[in-house]
Ligand binder design. Sequence first.
Ligand SMILES: CC(C)(COP(=O)(O)OP(=O)(O)OC[C@H]1O[C@@H](n2cnc3c(N)ncnc32)[C@H](O)[C@@H]1OP(=O)(O)O)[C@@H](O)C(=O)NCCC(=O)NCCS
Length: 185
Amino acid sequence: MTELGTVVWPPAPIRTERLVLRESEAPDRAAFIELFALPEVRTYLGGPRPREELERAVPELPGRRPGLFVIDLDGTMIGTVSLDRRDADRPGHLRPDGGEAEIGYMLLPTAWGRGYAAEACAAALDWFAGAFPGEQVVLCTQTANDRSMRLAVKLGFTEVERFEEYGAEQWFGAWSSGQVRATGT
Ligand SMILES: CC(C)(COP(=O)(O)OP(=O)(O)OC[C@H]1O[C@@H](n2cnc3c(N)ncnc32)[C@H](O)[C@@H]1OP(=O)(O)O)[C@@H](O)C(=O)NCCC(=O)NCCS
């Protein structure tokens, strides 16, 4: 994974109807550990990591990098949405040298099923479209990950290809700013 590139970071916190997208803070550490330790969150992301290992490895200020937003609901972290550069040596690309901006998202299960992921990702994509005008964003998710597949389509990603990676079928899609997004649920 490569960092996003030259961009003013962090931007001012981004407010949506119900959420704030912001840089991580020290009190978010416990939620970061949950995101990597909970089997429900890690089902399609390589499985959970042992909590003790995370307690040792996660820094005091986790997730501090350009492109990583904490999703904040009423002052508490409920997940992350990130934009990073896709490694050239992985399958799934729009251009031969790779390095496309790729969106990723993880929410705590207590925050699923309320449209928070869609609201946060749409705001992150809007921010990206302003910071990198005209650039496409890609998304890769296991086809078995129903929630993620529904979210991808809702955000306006369209299928580019499917392939096998990590022993599972992957859906690889692309998004351009100005593309019409589905509204509501
Ligand atoms: C993928 C993930 C972010 C999707 O979260 P989610 O909460 O299902 O996604 P959304 O924000 O789009 O919410 C959609 C649901 O909220 C419901 N909803 C309730 N109130 C809503 C509102 N006000 N606005 C919109 N949707 C609303 C929708 O009806 C929909 O329900 P459904 O899933 O039963 O159809 C979440 O499952 C997750 O974190 N998974 C683990 C990490 C992961 O696999 N990431 C993918 C990496 S590629």
